[in-house]
Design a protein around this ligand. Structure first.
Ligand SMILES: [Zn+2]
Length: 349
């Protein structure tokens, strides 16, 4: 089956029958990466460095590719997106941030600046946010691959970055560090400390605080439940129980639909086995260590699988159903919660 056949025979019917009925008239994806090949200072997957092959799917994902993917995945409705570059030390941040800023001129595209502790001087940070029309930060992951080490939240964001976020009501999209994820007491303390000290900033924890397993979410979410300025994005979270626990703890308004495109353009599903997760995908994607497993063909046929984007939507819908959310609250997950976050940023332009 070639790409076009797969799209027309598997993806599109599944979208029409199972996905489209769950969605509001427009959708907002709160976590999308864009980058161009010329933004790389070095290509981690071409080195033997530890973690160099972690989670990279392609050399570039320019805005045109995003438009094409969203057009294919949501052929009957607009999909808006919060966009930012590839937040890695291997990338020329000035170039990728400038490119993302240009995207802000496109309706329905909301740029975040890749920033982090000391990445820009305070004056430069303010200038870039203002002139680029950025809605906030995607916090730089200042390490390679999956080596999250002993980094604390205060190592990723300093007082200068937070003071500006407080002043302008910026969004702070944070991929929490450390092997324990949001269940780690050091991470929890860091998030709580900043959320309370900077109540005007709005924190969005990427990947639900990196909790892909129900037990992780159960241990983690209590730490942020009472923090009204902490939100959870659903990027790459495909387990309904994880999302159910999140919704029960923080309520329907502080969860936002998000995918992590282009990763979520892979066909397959993130699953968990015992106490770890992996992506089960169709053959042909680049390897990513134990995190990505290509399902072998059975009887000459690949497994039936569709875009992970749809799996995230389904998981979120199932969680919302179990929690008993109203139709309006469900629409909020896919659009209005995120739109309200964007609308709360002050002093743009
Ligand atoms: Zn991401």
């Amino acid at each position: 089956m070639n790409e076009a056949e797969r799209y027309h025979e598997i993806d599109l019917p599944f979208y029409r029958d199972e996905i489209a009925p769950l969605l509001p008239p427009r959708v907002l994806d709160f976590h999308v990466h864009i980058w161009r090949r010329e933004h790389w200072r070095e290509k981690p997957w071409e080195t033997d460095a530890d973690g160099g092959k972690y989670m990279v799917v392609q050399e570039e994902y320019p805005p045109e590719a995003l438009d094409a993917d969203l057009g294919r995945m949501f052929p009957d409705r607009p999909c808006e997106a919060v966009c930012f570059g590839f937040p890695s030390p291997a990338v020329d941040l000035a170039r990728t941030n400038a490119d993302t800023a240009r995207l802000g001129a496109t309706p329905g595209r909301y740029p975040l600046l890749i920033a982090g502790k000391g990445v820009q001087s305070p004056e430069e940070l303010r200038r870039q946010v203002r002139e680029g029309g950025f809605f906030g930060y995607k916090v730089l992951l200042n390490w390679y691959g999956d080596d999250y080490g002993d980094i604390a939240v205060s190592d990723m964001l300093g007082p200068a970055e937070m003071a500006l976020a407080e002043e302008l009501g910026l969004l702070v999209l944070l991929h929490v560090p450390r092997a324990g994820r949001l269940a780690d007491p050091v991470v929890q303390a860091g998030v709580r400390d900043y959320a309370r000290r900077y109540p005007g900033a709005r924190f969005v924890l990427a990947h639900c605080g990196r909790c892909y397993l129900p037990d992780e979410m159960r241990e983690a979410v209590g730490a942020v439940a009472d923090l009204e300025n902490v939100y959870l994005d659903t990027a790459m979270v495909m387990d309904p129980t994880v999302l159910q626990i999140a919704l029960e703890a923080v309520g329907p308004q502080r969860v936002v639909y998000a995918t992590d495109l282009p990763i979520a353009a892979m066909r397959g599903r993130r699953v968990y086995v015992m106490d770890h997760w992996m992506d089960v995908v169709l053959p042909g994607y680049p390897p990513s260590g134990p995190y990505r497993v290509a399902a072998p063909a059975v009887g000459g046929h690949d497994i039936r699988a569709t875009f992970m984007v749809y799996e995230i939507i389904l998981a979120l819908h199932r969680a919302a159903e179990r929690v008993g959310l109203s139709a309006g609250e469900r629409e909020g997950l896919f659009y209005h919660n995120g739109a309200a976050l964007l609308a709360g940023v002050r002093g743009l332009g």
